[in-house]
Design a protein. Structure first.
Length: 310
């Protein structure tokens, strides 16, 4: 290849044949979720769209073009632990890929059905419970979608006030939930390794991708800024989904984090990227895991368990 010619960036066309493999994608009816579904189904995978609104899920599935794999829509509300348990209880057979994609971003203060702050409860606790309940079925990997927002403003896990009562801001809550996604991935991989499981836990972020999330921002000014950014800076949904897809099918080490390789990781081809020091702290990861078990009542499966370090 000539020196001035770049190697083509990895894209959805590079996904290997996934015939015979099954994937679950949460938040699958729009944005990054439906782009992920479409790419996996085109590669031959059977894909289950896990969605809160069945009508919207069915409509999205009907629009997927060129799918070789079967599509199925099942109800899942990550803001309701009873719904999470019901989804997992109904699962039968092997599950190769779990894509924890669903999320809410920068919304006004609210609570899930179980009383958790909405962004932390949906983005982290719902996926924490779902993953652990489905782990006995998993054969390959879990990919959890985080965000570059885990770095913004030096976020931390507010262990003393996870609901951010009295100190809530939409961006603080979102950053905490995205930091939790990375700490969850870190501790999940540690436990899988200790248990001798072949399943891998990875994380990804889309950079700046134009999705429906920005339209729900609690701030009118931020919504206006994001609308402009979506036109000028953002990648579209299929491009934003590439880091998730890369993490889902490439042979990468457990706990890897994938994002765009361009300036500020806002856009570009998928590549391994770094995470903040706060997202790399094993003590915080273990503490978050223990708290998450207490809050959800869901634990790492006994058949996979290994001792927790002192």
């Amino acid at each position: 290849m000539p020196k001035n010619e770049k190697t083509p960036r990895w894209n959805a066309g590079d996904i290997p044949d996934l015939t015979g493999r099954t994937a679950v994608v949460t938040g699958a009816n729009s944005g990054l979720g439906i782009a992920t579904v479409e790419a996996l189904a085109r590669a031959g995978a059977r894909v289950v769209l896990a969605v809160r609104d069945m009508a919207r899920g069915e409509a999205a599935a009907a629009k997927v073009a060129g799918a070789r794999g079967a599509l199925e829509v099942r109800r899942l509300d990550l803001a309701d632990l009873d719904s999470v348990r019901a989804f997992a209880a109904d699962w039968r057979g092997d599950l190769d890929l779990l894509i924890n994609n669903a999320g809410v971003m920068n919304i006004s203060e609210g609570a899930t059905k179980d009383g958790f702050e909405t962004q932390f409860g949906t983005n982290h606790l719902g996926h924490f419970a779902l993953t652990n309940l489905l782990l006995p079925h998993l054969t390959d990997r879990v990919v959890t979608v985080s965000s570059g927002a885990h770095r913004v403003g030096r976020p931390r896990i507010h262990f003393e006030n996870l609901n951010l009562s009295g100190e809530y801001s939409p961006t603080r809550a979102y950053a905490q939930s995205k930091l939790a996604n990375l700490l969850f991935t870190l501790e999940l991989q540690r436990r899988l390794t200790a248990a001798g499981s072949p399943v891998r836990a990875l994380a990804a972020h889309p950079g700046w991708a134009a999705t429906g999330l920005q339209g729900h921002d609690a701030s009118v000014l931020r919504r206006a800024f994001l609308r402009v950014g979506n036109r000028v800076l953002a990648q579209d949904g299929p491009a934003g989904a590439l880091p998730t897809l890369y993490a889902a099918v490439r042979d990468l080490p457990g706990a890897s984090y994938v994002g765009p390789d361009g300036l500020g990781e806002m856009r570009g081809g998928p590549a391994l990227v770094g995470r903040s020091a706060a997202a790399s702290d094993p003590e915080s990861a273990l503490r978050l895991w223990v708290v998450s078990e207490e809050l959800t009542g869901v634990t790492f499966p006994e058949q996979l368990s290994a001792p927790t370090p002192a």
